[in-house]
Design a protein. Structure first.
Length: 199
C-alpha cells in the first residue's frame, strides 16, 4: 500500500497561497467576491442568522463586505484584536461605514464602544478568513491563533456559539491539512466556486 503524501509545510504553504491570492487582479477579486456573496446569500445558514461576524479583507483575502448592504435587516460585527489583559478578540458592531482606526497589523477596526460589543458566544455565524482549508473543514490561518483562542469554548461545549464559516478563494483549497489539538474546525467553507459542508 503506497504511503500517503506528507502534509505540506505550513510556512511554505502560507507563503505560496498568500502570493497566489495577492496575484489576482482587481477585476478577478471583484468577480470572486460577487460570486462568494451570492453563494452565501442563498445559504439557509446566513438567511437564518441575525448577528453575523464578518472581517475586513487584507492581503488578497476575498471580500464578504457586500453582505452588509444586501442584508440591511441583519447586524454585522468586525473583530478587534484583544484588549490589554485579554487573549480573545472582541466583536464590534459595524454599520457599513469606512473605518479610520487601524490595528497594529494595519487592519481597520471600529472604535471601541461597550454599547457596540457582542460576545463571540452570542453571534449566530462568524465568517472566518483563512490562508488555506481542506474539504473536511480544517483551516490554516495566519498563525497568530486569534480565532482559535476566541472560539476555544467550542472544544468544551461542542455545538455552542456561532457556526464558523470559512471564507476563501477556491484556489486556497488544498487536499489535506493537519489539525492541531487547539484548532477549531469549520462548519462550512464558502468560496467563489462552491460551498463545502464540513460538519
Amino acid at each position: 500500500m503506497p504511503n500517503s503524501p506528507a502534509p505540506p509545510n505550513k510556512h511554505q504553504l502560507r507563503k505560496r497561497i498568500r502570493a497566489a491570492r495577492r496575484a489576482l487582479n482587481p477585476n478577478q477579486q471583484r468577480l470572486a467576491s460577487r460570486h462568494l456573496c451570492l453563494r452565501l446569500a442563498r445559504s439557509p445558514e446566513l438567511k437564518r442568522a441575525r448577528h453575523i461576524g464578518i472581517y475586513w479583507p487584507m492581503d488578497g483575502e476575498i471580500d464578504p463586505r457586500a453582505l452588509q448592504v444586501r442584508f440591511p435587516d441583519k447586524q454585522f460585527y468586525l473583530p478587534a484584536l484583544p484588549r490589554p489583559g485579554r487573549n480573545t478578540m472582541t466583536f464590534l458592531r459595524w454599520h457599513g461605514a469606512s473605518l479610520r482606526y487601524r490595528n497594529r497589523y494595519g487592519i481597520p477596526e471600529p472604535a471601541f464602544s461597550r454599547s457596540e460589543v457582542r460576545k463571540p458566544q452570542k453571534l449566530d455565524i462568524v465568517l472566518v478568513p483563512l490562508v488555506a482549508f481542506d474539504p473536511s473543514g480544517a483551516r490554516l490561518g495566519m498563525g497568530a491563533g486569534y480565532y482559535d483562542r476566541t472560539f476555544a469554548f467550542k472544544h468544551v461545549r461542542p455545538g455552542s456559539g456561532p457556526q464558523l464559516v470559512g471564507v476563501a478563494h477556491q484556489l486556497q483549497c488544498v487536499e489535506k491539512l493537519t489539525m492541531e489539538s487547539w484548532d477549531i474546525p469549520l462548519a462550512l467553507v464558502a468560496t467563489d466556486a462552491r460551498l463545502y459542508r464540513c460538519g
